[in-house]
Design a protein around this ligand. Structure first.
Ligand SMILES: C[S@@+](CC[C@H](N)C(=O)[O-])C[C@H]1O[C@@H](n2cnc3c(N)ncnc32)[C@H](O)[C@@H]1O
Length: 162
């Protein structure tokens, strides 16, 4: 019984909250990951941040392609653990992973930010001048992307420069 309570309190409730306030788990398509990172023009001196890491797929690819520092915020302990395991398996060295609500986090040190979130939370996020923001699937309302990656049988990717 105690295990059930622990699972509900520490795993299911935060995961459900994250699904409502940000987005439920849906993973960026594998076939698009590399192209998204390439188009971002990330350099080794950049800091890449993934808001809502899910499995950590984008952080891992950004590191593998550019050797840059990668940061991730994930609110669900379950997805946090999955991301952590994936970072270790993929031997990512220069990373920081936080079990935290990104709305309460300081990600101003990042110059490239990746998001795969619902339109409402996207609108609420505050980005810093100079940050490049990549939004998978959904555009950020009232902002003009400098580039949109659109390919057949793929979800759109929106690139913004703040
Ligand atoms: C649509 S998934 C995207 C996963 C990953 N970024 C990808 O592209 O494959 C959204 C993720 O954001 C997390 N999330 C939603 N709201 C959050 C919040 N406020 N703070 C931290 N993580 C959040 C969810 O738990 C989920 O793992």
């Amino acid at each position: 019984m105690i295990y059930l309570v622990i699972i509900i309190l520490f795993f299911l409730i935060p995961t459900a909250i994250a699904g409502v306030i940000g987005a439920p788990l849906a993973i960026t398509r594998k076939k698009q990951v590399e192209k998204i990172i390439e188009k971002a023009g990330i350099r080794g001196t950049d800091v890449f941040c993934e808001l809502g890491t899910g499995t950590g797929r984008m952080m891992i690819k950004a590191y593998q392609k550019t050797n840059c520092k990668v940061i991730g915020f994930e609110m669900s302990p379950l997805y946090y653990l999955i991301t952590l395991i994936n970072l270790k398996i993929n031997k990512v060295k220069n990373y920081k992973l936080y079990l935290k609500n990104f709305f309460k986090a300081d990600f101003s040190g990042a110059n490239v930010v990746f998001v795969f979130l619902m339109p409402k939370p996207l609108k609420k996020l505050k980005f810093k001048k100079g940050q490049k923001v990549i939004s998978y699937c959904f555009p950020i309302e009232r902002l003009e992307p400098y580039y949109i990656m659109e390919e057949k049988n793929s979800l759109p990717v929106y690139y913004y420069q703040f």
